[in-house]
Structure formats: C-alpha cells, structure tokens
Design a protein around this ligand. Structure first.
Ligand SMILES: Cc1cn([C@H]2C[C@H](O)[C@@H](COP(=O)(O)OP(=O)(O)O[C@H]3O[C@H](C)C(=O)[C@H](O)[C@H]3O)O2)c(=O)[nH]c1=O
Length: 177
C-alpha cells in the first residue's frame, strides 16, 4: 500500500493492492503493518457501507468529541467524488476542502478525526465502505451543510436527505476539535 498526501493535513490517498487474473480481481484495502508504518490507526471499531444512486450527495458528516473517529473509505462498485473538510482549528489546512475521485478497487482515502466527510455519486450506483475507529454514538453524529463549504459540486439536481440539508453552515460552525 502506498500513501499519498493531499492538500489537507493528515488526509491520505492510499493506493490499494490490486491483482487481476482470469478469475477476476483481488483487492486488499487494509494491512496493519503498512498502516502502522504510516502512523495510521489500525484499531477500527465499526465497518459499514452504503449503496447510492447517481447524483446522491451524502455528508458532510463527522462524530463530535469525545466520539470522534478516523475513517477509511473506499468504493467496491462504481465511482464517487469524495469530499473532505478540515474542521481542526490547529491544522494548517483548517476550513479547507479537498475533492478526490474514488473509482472501485483502485484507492482508498484515510480521513483523520476532526474532518467532515461526504461524497457525490458519479456512477449509476456506488457502494461505499466506511471503517471507523469509534462506535456510532447518535448524540455525537453531526455534520456541516454540503453546500456551505466553498466547493462547486458537479451536479445540477443532487439527491440529499432532509437531515443532511438541515446541518449548520460551515461559516456558523463552532469547532470542538
Ligand atoms: C453511521 C450510522 C448510522 N446509523 C443510522 C442513522 C440513520 O438512521 C441511518 C443512515 O445513516 P446516515 O444517514 O448517517 O448514513 P449516511 O448519510 O450514508 O452517512 C454515511 O455517509 C457519510 C458520507 C459519512 O461519512 C458517514 O460516516 C456515514 O455515516 O443509519 C446507525 O444506526 N449506525 C451508524 O453507525
């Protein structure tokens, strides 16, 4: 696994191990030694996935302290535009965002605690896997409005949940990280 830095401090684009043969494809998305060598968390406490239609936007989500978590995200079917916002006041990339296209199998994105995560579905459907380092705590499940982060989402009529449209704007967000 090769880790590549991004414009946001600590957010890494990871190149997955991918092997093709006549049977199909084999992909490795986690390797404790490689993660440890990059000082990445290896203690994932939950794993879940979502299946989204084209033009769906999910996000921008995070868990509030003390339930914040690191997150490893990858796509097992389809493609997404993965978007991360830095909510850490002490970070050199505070309040900045990055958008990374994730295509099935090829790469994963590692998102440190203190960042908000979301994505736009680019393909007809997309299956997105999340591995996180804390268990789900409803009272700490929070977010920032997807259209308040200064990113021009390449979609004309996004499909967004009422909850995601009810989050606070980034300019009004008071960071606890
Ligand atoms: C995360 C979670 C959610 N839920 C419930 C809450 C809702 O009733 C339902 C769907 O949750 P949500 O609408 O938050 O799902 P997404 O909008 O796909 O959020 C996900 O996608 C964005 C991009 C992320 O980065 C989040 O980490 C991830 O939660 O499952 C649970 O019961 N347990 C859980 O661990």
């Amino acid at each position: 696994m090769k880790a590549n830095p991004t414009a946001l401090a600590g957010v890494l684009l990871l190149e997955n191990f991918v092997s093709h043969d006549k049977r199909g494809t084999f992909i490795k998305t986690f390797h404790a030694n490689s993660f440890g060598a990059e000082q990445l968390t290896v203690d994932f406490r939950e794993s879940y996935y979502s299946v989204s239609h084209k033009d769906v936007i999910r996000g921008m989500h995070f868990q509030r302290p003390p339930h914040e978590h690191d997150k490893l995200v990858y796509v097992t079917q389809g493609s997404i535009l993965d978007v991360i916002v830095d909510l850490r006041p002490d970070s050199p990339s505070y309040l900045q965002h990055v958008a990374i296209q994730l295509n099935e199998h090829i790469s994963s994105v590692y998102i440190p605690r203190g960042c908000a995560h979301g994505f736009l579905t680019l393909s007809d459907t997309a299956t997105v896997v999340y591995n996180v380092t804390s268990v789900y705590e409803p009272s700490a499940d929070a977010g920032i409005r997807w259209d308040s982060i200064g990113f021009d989402w390449p979609v004309t009529e996004p499909i967004v949940s009422g909850r995601d449209n009810s989050f606070v704007n980034l300019e009004d967000f008071d960071s606890e990280f």
